[in-house]
Design a protein around this ligand. Sequence first.
Ligand SMILES: C[S@@+](CC[C@H](N)C(=O)[O-])C[C@H]1O[C@@H](n2cnc3c(N)ncnc32)[C@H](O)[C@@H]1O
Length: 501
Amino acid sequence: LHWLYSPQTAHVPDCTLSSKTSTKILYEIARFKSDVSVAERLQVYRETSMRKVGIDSSSSKVDPTILWPPESVRGMKLLDVEAFKKAITVPIAEVKISHIGIVLTVLRKYYLKLKHFAIVEDGPEGSDYKIVLLHPMTFTENEEQIKTKLKEVCQEFGKIESSSVVKFCNRTIELNYDHFDCKTILRSILPLEEHGVAGYSRVGHIIHLNLKEYIIPYKNIIGSVLLDKTKGVSLVVNKITTIDDSDNTFRSLNMEVLAGEGTTVTTVDHNGCSFTLDFDKVYWNPRLSTEHSIIVEMLNPQDVLYDVMAGVGPFTVPAAKQKKCQVLSNDLNPSSYHWLHHNCEKNKLLDRVQCYNMDGHEFIKNILKVDLLKRWNDPDFNGTIHVTMNLPSIAIEFLPNFVGLMADVNAQDQLNFVEPLVHVYMFSKDQKASSCVTRVAYYLGLVDTLTDFDGQITAALNAIYNPEGHKGNQQVSVLTDADLRDLSSGKLLDKPIDIPG
Ligand SMILES: C[S@@+](CC[C@H](N)C(=O)[O-])C[C@H]1O[C@@H](n2cnc3c(N)ncnc32)[C@H](O)[C@@H]1O
């Protein structure tokens, strides 16, 4: 879409899109493009509604607004369900009971399916026909074709005139709030010049919104509609940005309740495991599931994982449960620790997972170090060692803890030296792998400043063992892993350097 809007785009290559795809694109453009006029946006909504039911908007005269809420609800800020009532005239078919089966084979495609309305109902008492509710757009659009088809099937069936078994007429029905879906209601309420509700995520019974400034006046009605219309949801909250947001150590969300009530403790399924967490007090991001599973997929049963900033356990729990790894898992936030422990207990993993509640620096220098030494001392240990540090704002600052961490270890304690693989997360403005690696090199003490690095990293993460041996141009070891992933897509970024060896 970025590409489509770009004023520099001189030429848009021809492409064939399915009707579904082009509808979606048009809809998204209408939602996000800032310079779309109100009339244009309305037109896109009309076309979207028509395409949805398979009508070519360029040649059709049917009116899609017939099935929308009344225009008078636009701008509503507090939910008034009465205002959604609307009488509309729709086509119906009166079909002889004796021939209902054959007639419905033709009409089925043109049903009007509305919640709380029967599509086929009995006629008046004593009558010999049933009433079929038909879609005011698709039936009207195809009326002649439908009648011809009915004639044919009735002839084929028993040489009867279709007009003797089916009669078309109109009926007035009343639509109300219950008949409209969430998207249609929000689209009808919000001002056309605004971009719609973006930034939505669902965590168990909670909907979490990150509403943009322009939509804030509508936050209460958005909350009420989402609550009413989303099955299984009993709480709708909105992220609020506060002055000390950047200093939010535990990465939990500041939020306000928009609609609903009850606990913020919820249970979610994530990568095949069940997690319970207090959404108000801990960090939880359903969008990280791909990243979590990428790491878990790297693990094997004999491996060890040190999860330094574990949250409530999205790396830890599947690593122990699905891959049967030993995990030492830590989080500084007491609430995260509580739910981490709870999730391990609930999944019967406490024989494989040890949980800690301390600062990550201390965890690396004490707990991780002692356990790593234990593995190095164990002649039977034949696994891989992984460290996850997912705290993108500052995780990289924890790397210096690894430099010289094991420098005081005696040679006889290294029976089974295994190089740990550290997965460190960071934010990257330019998405360039090379600048990320430069930062890693700096925090590992391989370069003195962030700007003067132009050589190759030849030591990378085995600096944990003997950093002195890997400095400068001394090519003592090789960079064993320099994969950088874009977290939003899970895709690898460009290879930063030529990896020797
Ligand atoms: C971005 S969350 C990641 C949680 C989890 N690993 C995940 O992938 O969803 C970062 C976590 O680091 C924790 N944290 C913040 N500072 C920490 C520190 N100094 N030591 C250990 N954990 C810390 C926060 O409480 C939070 O749970």
